[in-house]
Design a binder for this molecule. Structure first.
Ligand code: UDP
Ligand code: MG
Length: 316
C-alpha cells in the first residue's frame, strides 16, 4: 500500500490542533487504498502543542511527531519534516486550517495521474488586509523580474510532493531557506489547483510585517544576484551623471569664473553619493552574511524527540 505523509509544522497551535485532527481524519477516512502518516513538527512551541500531539499519538498511531530542540521557524521545520517523512508522497499543510484538508483527495488524484508537485494556488486571500495583498503582489513582481526560474505566484507551501521531489529537496541544505523558491528550483512535473484560502481558524498568525519583509529579502537574495548588479548599475549611472555635471562645471567656470558658491550642490551630491554607497555596501553585506552563515556548515535543525524517543543522531 502506498504511504502518504501529511506534514504539519506547528508553533503554538494548541487552539487549532483538535479541529485540525478532526478534519484531517475525516477527509482521510474517505480515501481508500492509502496508508496515512500525520507528521507533526513541533517547532519549539511554548504552549501545550507538544502534549496534545503526544496525546494524539497515544490514541492514533498514524500520528507521529518530531520535537525540535527550539523554535527554528517554519522553513526549517518543514525541512526537518521532509527528512523524517516516510511517505511515497508528502503533503505539506499549515496547522491553522488556512489550507483546507478537503483538497487532499484531489491532490492525490493528480499525483496518481503522474504529477510530482501538486500545489494549491490561492484564488482569493480572505481575511488578509489590502496592505498584505499589495505587498505580496509587489514581492512576486520583483522576484519574477529578477530570477531566471519560474516562480509560482500566490502559492504557499500547501502542496503534495512525490518522493522524487522530496529527495531532491533534501539535497538542498542551505541554512537560510526560502522553501517556496526551492520548490520552483527543483522543477519536476507541476500541477496547479485553485482554492480559496480561509482566514485562520483560531489562534493568531506568527507573522508580522517585519518577519514578512525579512522573508521577502530572503527570497530575492537567495535566488538571484540581481541586487549586486543593481549596485553596479547604480554606480554606472551615477558616474555618468557626475561626468556630465563635471563638464558643465568646467564650462561654467571657464565662461563665468568661479565665485565659490555651491554649498547646496556639494551637500546634495555628497549625501546622494553617501546614500548610494551605503546601499551598495548593504547589498554586498547581505550576500557576505549569507556566505558566512553557509560556511559555518551547522546542521539545519536539532531534534529533541522523535515519536517519544530522545534523538541522539541529529542527521534525520
Ligand atoms: N509555524 C512554524 N514555526 C514558526 C512559525 C509558524 O512551524 O516559527 C507554522 C504555524 O504553526 C503554521 C504555519 O507555520 O502551521 C503557518 O504559520 P502562520 O499561520 O502563523 O502563518 P500565515 O498563515 O499567517 O502566513
Ligand atoms: Mg496561517
Amino acid at each position: 500500500m502506498k504511504k502518504v505523509t501529511v506534514l504539519i509544522p506547528a508553533y503554538n497551535e494548541e487552539e487549532v490542533l483538535g479541529s485540525l485532527y478532526k478534519r484531517l481524519t475525516l477527509v482521510v477516512s474517505a480515501i481508500a487504498g492509502y496508508e496515512f502518516e500525520f507528521l507533526l513538527i513541533n517547532d519549539g512551541s511554548e504552549d501545550r502543542t507538544l502534549e496534545m500531539v503526544k496525546e494524539m499519538r497515544r490514541k492514533d498511531k498514524r500520528v507521529s511527531f518530531i520535537n525540535l530542540a527550539r523554535n527554528f521557524g517554519k522553513e526549517t521545520a518543514m525541512a526537518a519534516g521532509l527528512d523524517y517523512a516516510r511517505g511515497d508522497a508528502v503533503i505539506i499543510i499549515d496547522a491553522d486550517l488556512q489550507d483546507p484538508p478537503e483538497l487532499i483527495p484531489e491532490m492525490i488524484r493528480f499525483w496518481e495521474e503522474g504529477f510530482d508537485d501538486v500545489y494549491a494556488k490561492r484564488r482569493s486571500r480572505s481575511g488578509e488586509t489590502w496592505l498584505k495583498k499589495w505587498t505580496a503582489n509587489l514581492f512576486y513582481k520583483v522576484l519574477k523580474k529578477t530570477t531566471t526560474i519560474p516562480i509560482q505566484e500566490d502559492t504557499g507551501d500547501f502542496r503534495l510532493l512525490d518522493r522524487r521531489v522530496v529527495d531532491a529537496l533534501k539535497k538542498l541544505r542551505e541554512s537560510q531557506r526560502f522553501t517556496k523558491g526551492l520548490f520552483s528550483w527543483v522543477g519536476f512535473n507541476k500541477k496547479e489547483i485553485l482554492f480559496d484560502r480561509d482566514p485562520r481558524a483560531a489562534g493568531k498568525t506568527k507573522w508580522n510585517y517585519f518577519k514578512l519583509g525579512h522573508l521577502a529579502v530572503e527570497g530575492v537574495i537567495s535566488f538571484t544576484t540581481a541586487p549586486l548588479r543593481l549596485a553596479s548599475y547604480l554606480g554606472l549611472v551615477v558616474s555618468m551623471l557626475a561626468f556630465v555635471y563635471m563638464i558643465w562645471i568646467i564650462f561654467k567656470t571657464l565662461l563665468y569664473g568661479d565665485p565659490v558658491a555651491g554649498y547646496p550642490s556639494i551637500m546634495t551630491v555628497i549625501l546622494f553619493l553617501g546614500g548610494i554607497q551605503l546601499l551598495s555596501l548593504g547589498i554586498i553585506g547581505e550576500y557576505l552574511g549569507r556566505i558566512f552563515n553557509e560556511t559555518k556548515n551547522r546542521p539545519l535543525y536539532l531534534v529533541d524527540e522523535y515519536n517519544d524517543e530522545k534523538v541522539r543522531d541529529f542527521n534525520g
